[in-house]
Ligand binder design. Structure first.
Ligand code: NDP
Length: 388
């Protein structure tokens, strides 16, 4: 819809058009999403070079949190994402300047790369499903494939989950946006302020991830969810190709779209406030979990029978999951600069708000199971969910 219909939703006008609708649909797929050999090479080159970065670049070694059901085993991680991210930009810049690989290739091949990433993440999930590391309790069922069998699958020390969480997908999100900016510049002779603002805000989000890379170690994705198709596909295909719909939409318009200065300012303010809430609440919880000995002040946490404490101070004493609230705010700020001409440009915030509401529900169930009466006590002390 974005590429071929300027963002207009495309559905058959009447039942007798369904046949021709799907024929046309297939034409579009053939035209823009059947991968060429070049697209396959670009994607696999991308994944392999990020894997090399994870394996060979130096970085601080950090111990993860004790893993559930594994006698408190703590995995070691090398935190070199920050280095890898900037090295990637230097290499891409060199490729662009020398015209070996102009950055707009990512924009031009977007549909093809999307198909390859879909196939790659499906095959990787299948492989992890068929050959799990641990004697995983999950069986060979559809849900085992979807949710995964291993919690943290590793192959000769290579951590698949940490890799997919961050490496190929997140930087590709930023690269696709920058590629789209350059494409807009080449097409229209300038880059619109809406485009620049969205690209900057999303770039900041990705940079923030790598700057605070360690914080991923205390999240649900690493600690609770197993690694199956849901996370693998989500990280590798879903994130880069759906989170960039806004910028792609702006570039596919017939002319440069400029949002009003008021709308741009409002978007930026919502983003800044959202980011502060998101970052400070995530860091508070992460520091609390990683350095329990530094948090001894009475009245700032409660002890639980599980042996793990719960914060009742800062954001976590005011509202449950302020980090989700901040993230939702940022999500909306990334779509507002596109204006109001198509709902598709609001795909991300709508999807993300639903995801997060469900995630909050899921985490509540998980914590209730883990902490029992202590969670009920925590919920009495902190009754608000998401919104204080
Ligand atoms: P959290 O980082 O909030 O982790 C939830 C866990 O925190 C709980 O399972 C519990 O684990 C612990 N916890 C809950 N309450 C407390 C408390 N009071 N004190 C101490 N620990 C507590 O959630 P997520 O991993 O879901 O999200 C992390 C970030 O990533 C969020 O900001 C989220 O918005 C973002 N995110 C973004 C996505 C995107 O696509 N843009 C997708 C998913 C997440 P335990 O007690 O077992 O340690």
């Amino acid at each position: 819809c974005i590429t071929y219909r300027s963002g207009l939703l495309w559905i058959p006008d009447s039942p007798d058009q369904i046949g021709s609708y799907f024929a046309r649909f297939w034409d579009f797929i053939k035209q823009g999403a059947i991968p060429s050999r070049f697209a396959i090479v670009v994607y696999l080159g991308w994944v392999v070079s990020h894997a090399f970065g994870q394996i060979y670049l130096s970085g601080k070694t950090v111990k993860g949190l004790p893993m559930r059901g594994q006698n408190g085993k703590q995995l070691k991680y090398t935190m070199n994402g920050w280095k890898a991210f900037w090295l990637m930009w230097i290499i891409l810049f060199g490729f662009h300047q020398s015209r070996i690989l102009p950055i707009t290739v990512f924009y031009d091949l977007c549909g093809e790369l999307m198909t390859v990433s879909f196939a790659f993440s499906s095959l990787l999930s299948l492989w992890l499903f068929l050959f799990p590391n641990d004697n995983s309790p999950t069986t060979r069922s559809i849900s085992g494939f979807w949710f995964g069998r291993d919690l943290n699958p590793r192959f000769r020390g290579f951590d698949w989950k940490l890799f997919c969480e961050a490496r190929p997908g997140l930087p590709l999100w930023a690269v696709l946006n920058v590629s789209t900016c350059v494409k807009q510049y080449e097409t229209f002779g300038s880059v619109s302020s809406s485009m620049l603002l969205i690209t900057f805000m999303q770039f900041w989000y990705v940079v923030d991830y790598f700057w605070n890379e360690e914080a991923i170690l205390s999240t649900m994705d690493i600690m609770t969810d197993h690694f199956g198709f849901m996370l693998c596909f989500g990280d590798l295909a879903w994130v880069p190709f759906t989170y960039t719909i806004q910028t792609r939409f702006l570039c596919s318009m017939d002319s440069l779209h400029e949002a009003s200065p008021l709308l741009l300012a409002a978007s930026f303010i919502i983003f800044v406030v959202g980011f502060i809430v998101f970052r400070s609440s995530n860091s508070q919880k992460h520091n609390f979990r990683m350095n329990p000995s530094k948090h001894q002040k009475k009245g700032t946490f409660i002890e639980t029978k599980s042996g793990s404490r719960l914060l009742i101070s800062g954001w976590w004493g005011w509202v449950r999951h302020a980090n989700y609230l901040g993230d939702i705010m940022m999500g909306w700020s990334w779509s507002l600069p596109t204006g109001y001409s198509t709902l598709l440009a609001y795909f991300y915030p709508i999807y993300f708000t639903i995801l997060v509401l469900h995630r909050e529900y899921r985490d509540n169930v998980h914590c209730q199971k883990k902490y029992g009466d202590d969670w009920t006590r925590y919920c009495k002390i902190v009754p608000y969910r998401l919104i204080p």
